[in-house]
Write a protein that binds this ligand. Structure first.
Ligand code: NDP
Length: 309
């Protein structure tokens, strides 16, 4: 079997168009959704993510700006900025790009964002709403994956789903969303015994562990659907060959750049067992950004219309 490729880029285009159409409808009512991204420190990957987010927001008709601070920013200063953004009525959505510099408490900063502007859904109140199945912003990566499943006509209802990873950002909210969609969910992690055996039970396997190619064909039930969330940089040619086989395009890219991106799945073997799989890159990554746009517009609508009514 060769798995169907679940095209995250194509699904993301649909979501971005939906966000843009929603933003245009709000504009007719005099509302321009606005997003502020807060970037502290000089992590090069964060700088790229932030740039991509701001560009995508602009293309969807969202007013986006980025506040950049150097790594010496104090926690008090950052909290002061968050409080100002909370109080600014023109700001609908606040995104604090992670990771923060080590001397700043991520938890204190994320909890400082007012829940009504918490575009990533990381505030404990919004996490609680998700747990209870109430409306509220949902972390962008798992929400984007649910959008992908919907657009691909995959209904998790009744499926056995396994999520590898239990972070607050991906694993836990993913498991909750699948449970709310009526899947029977297992959460696996670094202490799970017989990880491959647990994963092989799944009709739908979500790999969000951040270990390149750890998920091999041995983890995958024949015909299962596999969602690969991992984004890992691989800088060994032998490892690229293990993950992708003799994929000329990938090897050429490696020879040119000295590294390539890879997911948590061993692509070459998983693709021969699964019925459908997301690629890396071009799978979950684009969905995450597209979902951010939808979350921004939805926050703008719920906050501003509740002020008007
Ligand atoms: P974290 O490091 O916060 O969490 C990783 C999870 O995987 C933990 O729960 C950990 O278990 C588990 N884990 C680690 N190693 C193993 C192992 N050998 N076997 C089983 N479980 C293991 O990562 P995130 O959740 O933030 O991200 C996961 C991956 O997804 C990363 O590669 C990240 O880059 C990527 N990502 C991609 C996004 C996208 O847009 N595509 C967005 C966000 C993340 P334990 O809890 O026991 O330590």
């Amino acid at each position: 079997m060769t798995a169907r490729i679940l095209d995250g880029k194509k699904a993301a285009q649909t979501l971005r168009a939906e966000a843009a159409a929603h933003a245009a409808r709000l504009k007719e009512q005099g509302i321009t959704p606005s997003l502020v991204v807060v970037l502290a420190g000089d992590n090069p990957a964060s700088a790229v993510y932030v740039r991509n987010k701001a560009t995508a927001a602009g293309e969807a008709g969202i007013a986006a700006r980025t506040l950049r601070f150097d790594a010496s920013l104090s926690e008090t200063e950052l909290l002061g900025t968050i409080h100002e953004l909370n109080a600014d009525d023109t700001v609908d959505a606040i995104l604090v790009q992670l990771p923060l510099p080590a001397h700043i408490s991520t938890q204190r900063v994320l909890e400082a964002v007012v829940p009504a502007k918490d575009v990533d859904g990381f505030h404990p109140l919004n996490a609680g709403k998700l747990l209870q199945g109430q409306r509220g912003p949902v972390p962008c990566t798992p929400a984007g994956i649910m959008d992908l499943l919907r657009l691909e006509g995959i209904d998790p209802k009744g499926m056995r789903a396994t999520v590898i990873g239990r972070s607050d950002i991906v694993g836990k909210p993913m498991a909750l969303l699948l449970m709310h969609a009526h899947a029977t969910v297992t959460i696996a992690h670094s202490r799970t015994r017989d990880l491959a055996g647990v994963c092989r039970e799944a009709d739908l396997l979500v790999a969000a562990l951040g270990k390149p190619g750890l998920v091999t064909a041995d983890f995958v039930q024949p015909g299962a659907i596999v969602i690969d969330v991992g984004i890992n940089r691989v800088d060994s040619r032998a490892e690229v060959e293990r993950l992708f086989g003799h994929d000329e395009k990938r090897l050429t890219e490696f020879d040119r750049k000295g590294s390539v991106l890879a997911g948590d799945c061993e692509w070459a073997s998983v693709v021969s067992v699964a019925s459908a799989v997301t690629p890396v890159p071009g799978g979950v990554g684009p969905l995450t950004i597209a979902r951010l746009l939808k979350n921004t517009v939805e926050l703008a609508e719920s906050r501003r219309l509740s002020i008007l009514s």
